[in-house]
Design a protein around this ligand. Sequence first.
Ligand code: FSX
Ligand code: SF4
Ligand code: F3S
Length: 364
Amino acid sequence: MEKRESLWDRCLHKGISRRNFIKGCVALTTLMGLSTDNLQKVVAAAEKKPLPVVIWIHGHECTGCDESFIRSASPLASDVVLSQIDLEYDHLLSAASGEPFEQHLETLIQKFKGQYILAVEGAACTKDNGVYCMSGGHTFTHTLRHAAENAAAVIAYGTCAVSGGIQAASPNPTGSSGVSHFTSSTPVVNVPGCPPIPEVMTGVVMHVALFGKVPPLDGQGRPKQFYGNRIHDTCYRRPFFDAGMFAENFDDAGSKGGWCLYKLGCRGPETYNSCGNLRWFQGMSYPIQSGAPCIGCSNANFWDSGKFSERLPKFGQPIGDVDKIGAAIAGVTAAGVVAHGAASVVQKKKRIAAEKAEKGAGEE
Ligand code: FSX
Ligand code: SF4
Ligand code: F3S
């Protein structure tokens, strides 16, 4: 059987020094959300484990997820694609096409049965036997089922793959849904976001590749490392929220002064993602930093949750009377705000306790 290259083998072939290999392993360790205590394990795995074979298929979508991924800055998308994974088949990025390309997919599935990672972008379209989303002479749902049942793990990349996304928005004319119903017993990692943060995808792929299992997941199948906090918890505008200072219009003084966007519809308080920490384009920006409220793009059915620029009580948990928040901080009673504060403290305590328990169980 042919010997497949490890990350270290590939570094040797490319003339990359041991020092830079170790530096890369440090970066990977951080990216995977592990403490540097795990560095030795990561180095050992990167020396020996063959690079992961990745099959990347696309259903109903806008292709924004790939657009996001190819702009991954740390690590560079080109490094991921050329050095850290064996991306053998990608509907969008592969240069090959036609029958030989489709035959290659089948060969890969047979040759790497139970070993490859299946990355899925886009929703599964089910109406009329899935005829509204075809590729290579097959419905997407056929390819998805076949590729998923033989994979080591499936990564649902983007809100469309996780829960249907815009295709599933009312009235959902193609009967679109998330892809997890098509994956039988193969573990699925959900990476929502429209689009998701590219570094999250790299972190998840490398975790599966180096440790042979999916990273710790929350109740919605999302990697805890990246979806453990609300946007609101890491938002740099949070002091304005706490002080009761809100932009009322997109062009008012509050908006220009960088005040909280809650009254302009911000769904940060009920959305879990790492946007405030990781951001896009080498940490340059994310929606709130660019003056736009979070529209909750990591939440299921977010397209159907009304006007993005309006904060309506039916969305998530309304946070009391926002006009009284500043007063509440100053000690005046505002029940809604107190409830919000208490909920945040409870949530934080729960998270810390869960993290302690996880550490105690010897994660990695
Ligand atoms: Fe959906 Fe992705 Fe939004 Fe677009 O693949 S999550 S519409 S950014 O492209 O699927
Ligand atoms: Fe930031 Fe939105 Fe929370 Fe305001 S409501 S602090 S803008 S996340
Ligand atoms: Fe999406 Fe909100 Fe982040 S809209 S990109 S989850 S700030």
